[in-house]
Design a protein. Structure first.
Length: 253
């Protein structure tokens, strides 16, 4: 089991894992979208996703310990069944959908959400009630984009942010949602052959960063004011949406 030896890969992979860990801890959730794209600058995107998934699972375990009592059960009941449908769709269409298509889709969704926020939609002070059909739609999109490139955060945020939950409940709901999805994804990823010896060895080298970065994210959430928390999250959605949109367009050219 020989891990990747390229120093350039680790120069990108280490900060990628740290940013994903902070997001997994509930701080700046969309930062998790940078993990696979950063690693994909030096290795194939499919390999980057295979290396990242075991690390995500370890981060999920650390997040579960921190947020086991802070989550919104209604959101999970709406989102998770639909996300499972999205994961199945991602598995069935894995050979037909390119990474560029997924990045373009997620980038467009994130930009549209940001524009809505700027005109007062998702940023309104009064929280919206649950909208089950909207939640099922965005849950399915989150499951699909999470399967193909670990990019399920913007669709999840689009449904969750207008609810204006307390940051701890928001972060805890995010942790439980993606923990369940990543556990489910282990099976189809294995069937697609993404857990070869080199990938697992590389994951093992990066693994010690996972719980440390996740707990740092938890620490930041507990010490950030709700208004600042939502401003940071909206800004992260905007910046990463632009990056994904650019990557998608250039990848299709």
């Amino acid at each position: 089991m020989t891990p990747i030896a390229d120093p350039l890969f680790y120069a990108l992979a280490v900060p990628a894992v740290i940013m994903v860990g902070l997001a997994k801890g509930g701080f700046g959730g969309p930062l998790s979208l940078l993990g696979v794209p950063m690693m994909a600058l030096v290795i194939p995107p499919v390999q980057a996703a295979g290396i990242m998934l075991p690390i995500l699972v370890v981060m999920d375990m650390a997040g579960l310990v921190a947020y086991r009592r802070s989550f919104d059960a209604t959101s999970l009941k709406i989102l998770l069944p639909a996300a499972l449908v999205g994961i199945v769709l991602g598995y069935v269409t894995a050979a037909q959908v390119s990474d560029a298509h997924v990045r373009l889709l997620v980038g467009l969704v994130a930009i549209l959400f940001t524009l809505d926020s700027l005109r007062g939609g998702a940023a309104r002070n009064a929280p919206r009630p649950h909208r089950p059909w909207a939640g099922r739609f965005w849950g399915m999109i989150a499951g699909f984009t999470s399967f193909v490139s670990h990019a399920g955060s913007p669709p999840f945020q689009i449904y969750m942010l207008p609810l204006r939950l307390d940051p701890l409940r928001f972060a805890g709901t995010s942790v439980l949602f993606f923990t369940a999805m990543n556990a489910i994804k282990l099976v189809p990823y294995g069937l697609l052959g993404q857990f070869d010896a080199a990938n697992l060895a590389t994951s093992a080298l990066l693994l010690p960063l996972a719980p440390l970065a996740t707990l740092a994210g938890v620490w930041l959430v507990r010490r950030t004011r709700p208004a600042l928390f939502y401003r940071i999250t909206h800004a992260a959605v905007a910046v990463i949406g632009c990056k994904l949109l650019w990557d998608g367009v250039t990848g299709l050219m």
